[in-house]
Design a protein around this ligand. Structure first.
Ligand code: DMJ
Length: 934
């Protein structure tokens, strides 16, 4: 293994520059060659087109930043729907998310270096002056140490780094005298008390004024923190030490990293999601590369790049080897248990892992980066944004999307590494989707639900710190940026730290306190840089050839879990019983259960319960198989419960002055026109008389050809539907009679039929809680004529107004005993999944697998290791809804007779929508007045 600073195969190091800086430059040079050789695949983008897209990014940034400065500053964040500042304590608490807000003008600080990257030097100078004049870091507020470090400390240091660069150039910032750095140092000292634990791991929160322990601090009692929270400090803290000469910051951050390294699970070399800061015990023993762990790995590799300290690279490589062995199941990245890394801990992935392909580029492992990125892009194409979590068969698991930048980040790095214009097209799609679906008159609003297109009144500061930076850099040529971006490293919040820090103030010992590294394959310690000549040997279409087999991976995914090669091999010629194949009527299966120590108990109410006692298993291997079987069964049950749910629908107000910008999330009905089949109904609304719709309408002329509004209660939903249909209504919206109810606080549900045949109901019916319903009722009061669109997903807004608006501005399972209840109605003899009395037939879920031969299902381990969707024989389900429908059809006995069934809890704050309406209305008036004046 070479010594640090030795020959890394990328040319001779320049003075004052970390070797990695050169690496990036060399790689970029190689790319020029690759790009010019382009012959097929995505067409190269002309300079003009790239400039046009770059300008679009600039305009979007102005819209976001301008509205923040005008309507929110000095508050921490902009609330883009209500067009005001989010001030902590003055808005209803959102829990942990609010811990980023310290009353320190978060968005302004997080935006500082973005202004310079986007060539807005004058604005940068003004912004720095505002920070120095207005920002107070001594507020009596409890903040997250992690968020304050990456966003505020990182923001101040990124600002300082570019301020001194500009000063040196001689035009701007001539007055600057390290003031941002002094603020950063002040903040650094404020964070230090958090490290006062025996482990050296920081408390997760700190009071900016009172620190940790004093009673006034209202914090310091926490016992756990996330791995990323404790392991994402080294870049900012080391930069602070090296800029100022105060070594304490780097020392503390290193100590925390050393402790995490010591605590890694020694056989798998993985780390868990949360750890006890006093004892060092893992609290959550699941392990992935997304939420809770992500930037710990990122900082190990980047700490090596910034500080040139080999121990960080050795640790990173050791973890990376474990990640690729257990977590990476290309194109998926799936959480596993640290003690049993062959056991998947989840059947879904979170959106934060989208940064990982970018990190793999930095590592030089391009193939899996291309694969995962491609899979993520297909999920985005399906939902316009990456949902906060999605399942292994690419259904929405958590539907929010707070405009996260990770995917744009990976797109930028992949473009840099491959020069493939495909990634420019990806960036173009991201820009289009942001403008189409997230842009509102006062900024960009997070998506509350990617399926319906509804918004949340929030624009997180990372949107300005990261998204615009990566998108702008994606389309920028060297001459579009006023400094050399290759001289800097991006922190996890995309703040820029200069690579020359590696040779400055190196007083902190480079020797790590630990020296145990596992023996890895030599390639892991190959000190050469990612070089495109080697990565794409004579083949400029290399990236495309990796993407090609994955082109339908999302749309044509078979609804099944991922099967691990090693598992199938481990049991020899006969694979162990999979939960989804289990049939309680099959004596062979029962025998296998017995061997695995699993007993099956038929409960009196018809349910079947499975219990595992590891000590009753025939051998330790059988006990482990039993454990995995139980784990699969738990996952399968919960997955099926989700699959039984119909996704929510959208009521979009399309008439003036809303023009489609107000989207209300509605519950579907189990009868009437199915809006999921790409159908929609548009019409003006009218209240029915009687309002409950429980008898023949007395105002048929009012509802004829319209969408009738009805009050919930007093009769079955189906009866209401029939009455309005008979009066000539083309659709119906039932509004909850429980005043004040809202999808904020109550789970949405689907309206059930009346237990009889409902085929006669042809019109679509949707349900709104009272708060959401009153938005429509208020709109009628105000505007009389209110037109709505009932659909499965919000549709594009009116292009004309669109232009106007744009111009305007599991716990870890241990061998022992565990139980799973399988709700079983009619027939315990069937597959347990076939028998939920309130649910759709599991047979339907399995119907895809049923059409494939057993050998296609799982006998070929190599095939199974591939991404779901490669096996051409399975029944493909393109839409979530289709899946639900199949289930519904195949289970006529499912208990639809109940009035209501929960479908999906959706966070919402409809007050925000109301205020948004008022704001839009004002805006329309303003515009009309202006027109009049002209
Ligand atoms: C950012 O604040 C940082 O990228 C962090 O590491 C995790 N995610 C958010 C944005 O999604």
């Amino acid at each position: 293994m070479s010594e640090a600073g030795g020959d890394r195969g990328c040319g001779s190091p320049a003075p004052q520059r970390a070797p990695w800086s050169l690496v990036a430059t060399t790689a970029a040079l190689c790319l020029v060659t690759a790009t010019s050789m382009w012959t097929a695949g995505a067409a190269p983008m002309t300079r003009e087109e790239k400039q046009k897209l770059g300008n679009q990014v600039l305009e979007m940034f102005d819209h976001a930043y301008g509205n923040y400065m005008e309507h929110a500053y000095p508050a921490d964040e902009l609330m883009p729907l209500t067009c005001r500042g989010r001030i902590r304590g003055e808005e209803p608490s959102r829990g942990d998310v609010d811990d980023a807000l310290g009353k320190f003008s978060l968005t302004l600080i997080d935006s500082l270096d973005t202004l310079v990257v986007l060539n807005k030097t004058k604005e940068f100078e003004d912004a720095v002056k505002k920070v120095l004049r207005d920002v107070n870091l001594d507020n009596d507020v409890v903040v997250s140490v992690f968020e304050t470090n990456i966003r505020v400390l990182g923001g101040l240091l990124g600002g300082h780094s570019l301020a001194i660069m500009l000063k040196e150039k001689g035009e701007y910032m001539q007055w600057y005298n390290d003031e941002l750095l002094q603020m950063a140092k002040q903040l650094g000292y404020k964070l230090l008390p958090a490290f006062n634990t025996t482990s050296g791991l920081p408390y997760p929160r700190i009071n900016l004024k009172f620190g940790i322990r004093k009673p006034e601090a209202r914090t310091g009692t926490e016992t756990d923190t996330c791995t990323a929270c404790a392991g994402t400090l080294i870049l900012e803290f080391a930069a602070l030490s090296r800029f100022t000469g105060a070594t304490i910051f780097e020392e503390y951050a290193r100590k925390a990293l050393d402790f995490l390294w010591e605590k890694r699970q020694r056989s798998s070399n993985l780390v868990g999601v949360t750890i006890n800061i006093h004892t060092g015990d893992w609290v959550r023993k699941d392990s992935g590369v997304g939420a809770g762990i992500d930037s710990y790995y990122e900082y190990l590799l980047k700490a090596y790049v910034l500080l040139g300290d080999d121990s960080f690279l050795e640790r990173f490589n050791t973890h990376y080897d474990a990640i690729m062995r257990y977590i990476s199941q290309p194109p998926l990245l799936l959480d596993v248990h640290i003690h049993k890394p062959m056991l998947n801990a989840r059947t879904w992935m979170d959106a934060l892992l989208a940064f990982f392909p970018g990190l793999q580029v930095l590592k030089g492992d391009i193939r899996p980066a291309i694969e995962t990125h491609e899979m993520l892009y297909q999920v985005i194409k399906k939902h316009n944004f990456l949902p906060e979590a999605f399942t292994t068969d690419f259904r929405v698991h958590w539907a929010q999307h707070p405009l996260r930048p990770e995917f744009a980040e990976s797109t930028y790095f992949l473009y840099k590494a491959t020069g493939d214009p495909y990634y420019l097209e990806v960036g173009k799609t991201l820009i289009e989707n942001l403008n189409k679906y997230a842009r509102v008159p006062c900024g960009f609003a997070a998506m509350k639900d990617v399926r319906t297109g509804s918004h949340e009144d929030r624009m997180d500061s990372f949107f300005l710190a990261e998204m615009f930076k990566y998108l702008y850099l994606l389309f920028a040529d060297k001459e579009d940026i006023i400094f050399d971006i290759e001289d800097y490293i991006f922190t996890t919040e995309a703040h820029l730290l200069p690579l020359w820090l590696s040779t400055t103030n190196q007083s902190v010992s480079k020797k790590s306190t630990t020296s145990e590294y596992i023996e890895l394959d030599d390639s892991n310690f190959d000190w050469t840089c990612p070089n495109t000549q080697i990565l794409f040997p004579n083949d400029p279409l290399y990236a495309q050839s990796i993407r090609e087999p994955l082109k339908n991976v999302v749309d044509k995914s078979c609804p099944r879990g991922v099967i691990r090669v090693e598992e199938s091999f481990r049991s020899g010629s006969r694979p162990p019983l999979r939960a989804r194949d289990f049939m309680a009527t099959n004596p062979e299966h029962l025998e296998i259960l017995k061997k695995m120590g699993v007993s099956l108990i038929h409960l009196k109410d018809g349910r079947v319960q499975l219990v595992q006692h590891a000590i009753q298993a025939a051998s330790s291997i059988d006990a482990e198989d039993g454990l995995r079987f139980m784990q699969e069964m738990i996952e399968l049950s919960s997955q099926q419960q989700k699959e039984q749910q119909l996704p929510p629908r959208a009521v979009q107000i399309v008439s003036h002055p809303f023009f489609g910008r107000v989207v209300l999330t509605a519950g579907p009905a189990q009868f009437g026109l199915d809006l999921s089949k790409h159908k929609e109904t548009r019409g003006f609304v009218a209240s029915s008389k009687p309002y409950n719709g429980c008898s023949e309408l007395t105002n048929p002329e009012a509802v004829m050809g319209k969408i009738a509004l009805l009050l919930r209660g007093q009769c079955m939903f189906a009866e209401k539907a029939r009455n309005i249909q008979n009066a000539g209504a083309i659709g119906g919206i039932v509004i909850d009679d429980n005043e004040g109810s809202s999808s904020d606080t109550a789970p949405l549900f689907q309206m059930a039929g009346d237990g009889k045949d409902t085929d006669d109901i042809k019109i679509p019916m949707l349900f709104l809680f009272s708060k959401e319903g009153s938005i429509i009722l208020d709109a009628i009061r105000e505007y009389e004529e209110v037109e709505v669109l009932l659909s499965d997903k919000a549709k594009d807004r009116d292009p004309e107004t669109e232009n106007e608006s744009q111009n305007q501005s599991a716990e870890q399972t241990t061998p022992g005993s565990q139980e799973v209840d399988l709700v079983d109605g009619a027939s315990p003899e069937d597959s347990p999944l076939n028998s939920h009395p309130e649910a759709s037939s599991p047979a339907a879920t399995d119907s895809a697998a049923a059409s494939a031969s057993p050998s296609q299902q799982n006998s070929d381990p190599t095939e199974n290791r591939g991404p779901p969707g490669f096996d051409g024989e399975c029944t493909y389900l393109d839409e979530d809804e289709e899946q639900s429908e199949t289930e519904e059809d195949s289970n006529p006995n499912a208990s639809w007779g109940k009035e209501a069934q929960p479908v999906h809890p959706i966070l919402a704050n409809w007050n925000e929508d109301m205020e948004a309406i008022e704001m839009m209305e004002k805006e329309m008036k303003k515009r009309e007045m202006m027109k009049g004046e002209l």
